[in-house]
Design a protein around this ligand. Structure first.
Ligand code: ZN
Length: 171
């Protein structure tokens, strides 16, 4: 897991985002989330990665680390949300966008709502545990007083392939 201090982009090869449009931005930030997922995979963790972006800049990143941290809640999204809140000195991440390679589970979708994330962008659907579209609709449930805008399917094939090869290698 790499923590990036708010306002300072340290990742190598980051493109300039000005004028690239939301779609191009989404792909660029999803590539960063994919890098986190690959780091998780190298550490023997299920390869899921997340990035929190505020005003076009990376506030925090997270890689799934449930085994290393011996923490069932250390999913990439929760790791990134905690890092972002600490970096920004605010438990509310109003206006932030969270990028994650796979559709969040119920715990993470709940955490995203608690953090008041404005927008969620994820890669592949998770038909077995996804709580945004697949099994539940926690992020934008009409009865919640905070609803998260959702964009699904960004680099979905790459995000899914990473997980599939990880589990195939373990069978
Ligand atoms: Zn989760």
């Amino acid at each position: 897991m790499a923590i990036v201090t708010f306002g300072r982009i340290t990742a190598p090869g980051l493109p300039c985002y000005s004028g690239s449009g939301m779609e191009g931005e989404d792909i660029s930030f999803m590539r960063l989330a994919l890098k986190e997922a690959q780091a998780a995979e190298r550490a023997g963790e299920v390869p899921v990665g997340a990035v929190v972006v505020v005003e076009g800049r990376v506030a925090a990143r997270g890689a799934n680390q449930t085994i290393a941290a011996c923490d069932p809640t250390a999913h990439a999204e929760v790791v990134a949300l905690r890092c972002a809140a600490r970096a920004l000195g605010n438990h509310r991440l109003n206006g932030a966008t969270l990028y994650v390679t796979i559709e969040p589970c119920a715990m993470c979708a709940g955490a995203i709502v608690q953090a008041r994330i404005a927008r969620l962008v994820y890669g592949a659907d998770d038909p077995k545990a996804g709580a945004v579209r697949s099994l539940f609709a926690i992020a934008d449930h009409p009865q919640l007083n905070h609803r998260v805008a959702v964009t699904a399917g960004v680099l979905a094939d790459e995000c899914a392939a990473l997980l599939q090869s990880f589990f195939a290698a373990r069978r």
